[in-house]
Design a protein around this ligand. Structure first.
Ligand code: ZN
Length: 256
């Protein structure tokens, strides 16, 4: 069985500028995610970051990627539009995309959704209860009815997204808000999953349940096919039986 090629993309800025973040993720969020995903022998995991040439997202690299994970927060606008175009094209062809936490405001996620993708938020270390609202979904396999994160940043409704094709998780926060925290869409031939948990000042990606969900999502989104859409001009091809019945019709119809 061919392994699923996974690329974890991280803007990798907070880890180098904020000691609270580097204490949790000394090698970057992308490395922690890579370690969590790499325990699965069916996944072949690599990483890329904003500072690399072409943000580590060359045509060649994307062409061999089955699922792209995206973590960004303070540098969304630094991502070059030509790279966003390239990622979008690959999603439409069949590459899976998993947008994590503050990637709700990334250029690529907003491009693919076509809506504002805004939300309400509060950074107060509140408890979050993530409810599984679609227990039969592949991304929810192995989970209980809900799980809790003791300290999180709150994200609340309204969330400016198109209605998800499938809703997997719904979060409740200590302050009373709720949020659609695990949502699936298809764009072209590619599957997209938005997953809320992951604020950089809390060790969210060290939580085994969170990592299990991201692994499940990678398997769900892993491309099964590819459609290179070029809008081709094609010559007319008539089926022989169609020609035959068309000529019969003209013989029996006196008006022609
Ligand atoms: Zn955050």
């Amino acid at each position: 069985m061919k392994k699923c090629s996974v690329l974890v993309w991280n803007e990798f800025i907070h880890e180098k500028s904020d000691p609270r973040v580097s204490a949790i993720y000394p090698d970057g969020i992308h490395q922690t995610l890579k370690e969590g995903l790499s325990v699965d022998p069916h996944l072949d995991v690599e990483t890329a970051t904003l500072a690399q040439p072409e943000h580590g997202l060359t045509g060649e690299k994307l062409n061999s990627t089955d699922v792209l994970l995206w973590w960004g927060h303070c540098a969304h606008e630094e991502v070059k539009d030509e790279v966003v175009d390239r990622v979008q094209k690959r999603v439409l062809e069949g590459m899976g995309l998993i947008a994590l936490h503050s990637a709700h405001y990334s250029k690529i996620f907003r491009r693919l959704m076509g809506t504002s993708c805004s939300l309400t938020w509060r950074e107060a270390g509140e408890r979050e209860r993530v409810w599984v609202c679609n227990p039969g979904h592949p991304i929810a396999q192995g989970l209980d009815r809900y799980f809790e994160l003791e300290n999180t940043e709150m994200y609340g409704e309204p969330f400016g997204i198109p209605t998800p094709d499938e809703q997997v998780f719904l979060s409740w926060f200590e302050g009373g808000e709720v949020f659609r925290s695990g949502n699936c869409w298809k764009r072209g031939n590619g599957k997209i999953f938005y997953f809320r948990p992951g604020h950089e000042t809390y060790p969210i990606y060290k939580n085994p349940t969170v990592i299990q969900i991201i692994r499940n999502a990678v398997h769900w989104a892993c491309s099964e096919g590819r459609w290179i859409d070029s809008c081709p001009n094609v010559p007319k091809e008539e089926a022989p039986e169609f020609k035959e019945s068309a000529s019969k019709n003209s013989e029996t119809n006196p008006s022609e």
